[in-house]
Design a protein around this ligand. Structure first.
Ligand SMILES: [Zn+2]
Ligand SMILES: [Zn+2]
Length: 376
């Protein structure tokens, strides 16, 4: 079949919305008619080369839609099912999966690099040449063929736009709080970086009863929005990591139990560490440049038992956590729809990516209705 899709022709090039070919699903694959796709910072990392990506590729790794056809052997979904997409098709058999860390699955992380599906080959093409998948999903498109392990059934009344965000940004932020850190009621929390992931962490912390919750950012307007979403205090980024951390410690009676870092900037990672109290932890979510180093005050680590924790995909189990997150959203306890600042069409994908790049969008979502770009 032919579909409209946003293609990155080469690293550093501009994204082009064009017609591409999409093959039928092979065994253990699912054809999903996409209804919404979120634009994530990682899509921009693919464009600018921060994350090496095989091109040409259809970008997009946040999406939700309706199952249209299934390949041989698919048992978990059938046509008509509403699904959110996960970019982590954990295998269930590798050493990490067996250690109960499916979000760190070796097989899936290795397969992600080659731009194909699980067998290494793509289902996308342009003028007879292969076009590669981005993180198995390629959601900036009217439809996608994805591994069965990437589709997670969602309730029929779950909004597609919110479900799309749950596929990456929301799970990454909320999961870092619930699953990586295990924040408990009354824990003191700081969030560095108030984009889609950081604000998801803020909402996740609020949902489990953390207090206070301090938001830190360079942008006054983002801090005002964070406050509106429920941050108890805000700190404008200072000249140095030390000063920013001091302001957070002052606002929290001496430091936080958990400081979530969602910018990928080493100085913010250092500030997150320095803003923790004894036995506190900096939880690093943001993706830095591959050669970045964080200089830490070594003595304070044994003396104060302060820790650094990494968080990949919020340590979530999509089959369990997508549903849990969407249920709290439906109950009004996790107002994720408020993260959506822009709704646009597939044809506007390049513009939507610019909005995210310049920090003007908290979250831009592409509405993809019945295979045709909807009116904005
Ligand atoms: Zn993402
Ligand atoms: Zn595995």
């Amino acid at each position: 079949m032919r579909i409209r899709a946003a293609v990155l022709p080469a690293t550093g090039a501009d994204v082009v919305v064009t017609d591409v070919g999409l093959d039928e699903p092979h065994a253990d694959e699912v054809l999903v008619r996409l209804r919404a796709a979120g634009v994530c910072h990682s899509d921009l990392n693919a464009v600018d080369g921060t994350a090496e990506t095989r091109c040409p590729a259809v970008l997009g790794h946040e999406g939700a839609g309706v199952v249209e056809r299934v390949g041989e052997g698919v048992r978990t979904v059938r046509p008509g099912d509403h699904v959110a997409l996960s970019w982590m098709p954990s295998c269930g058999r590798c050493e990490e999966c067996l250690r109960d860390l499916p979000h760190l699955c070796r097989e899936a992380w290795t397969a992600m690099g080659h731009g194909g599906l699980m067998d290494g080959t793509p289902r996308l093409s342009l003028d007879g040449e292969p076009v590669y998948h981005y993180s198995f999903l390629s959601t900036f498109a009217e439809a996608s063929v994805v591994p069965e392990r990437c589709v997670v059934p969602i309730p029929n009344d779950a909004p597609f736009d919110v479900a799309a965000l749950v596929g990456c940004a929301v799970s990454t932020g909320v999961g870092a709080v619930w699953r990586t850190a295990g924040v408990r009621p009354g824990d003191r929390v700081a969030v560095f970086g108030c984009g889609g992931v950081g604000l998801s962490a803020l909402l996740g912390a609020q949902a489990v009863g953390a207090a206070p919750i301090v938001a830190v950012d360079v942008s006054e307007s983002k801090l005002a929005f964070a406050k509106d979403l429920g941050a108890t205090d805000t700190v404008a980024w200072r000249e140095s990591a030390e000063e920013a951390a001091e302001a957070v410690r002052d606002a929290t009676g001496g430091g936080v139990d958990y400081a979530f870092e969602a910018t990928g900037r080493p100085e913010a990672m250092l500030a997150a560490f320095l803003s923790t109290r004894r036995r506190g932890a900096a939880v690093l979510i943001g993706i830095s440049r591959p050669d970045a180093i964080i200089p830490l005050p070594a003595q304070s680590i044994p003396r104060t038992e302060r820790r650094i924790m990494g968080s990949a995909y919020g340590s979530v189990r999509p089959e369990r956590d997508f549903a849990a997150i969407l249920r709290l959203h439906a109950d009004g306890r996790l107002p994720l729809d408020r993260l959506i600042s822009h709704r646009m069409t597939l044809e506007q994908a390049p513009e939507a990516m610019d909005l995210v790049r310049t920090g003007r969008a908290v979250r831009a979502v592409l509405d993809l209705v019945n295979g045709e770009a909807a009116a904005a």
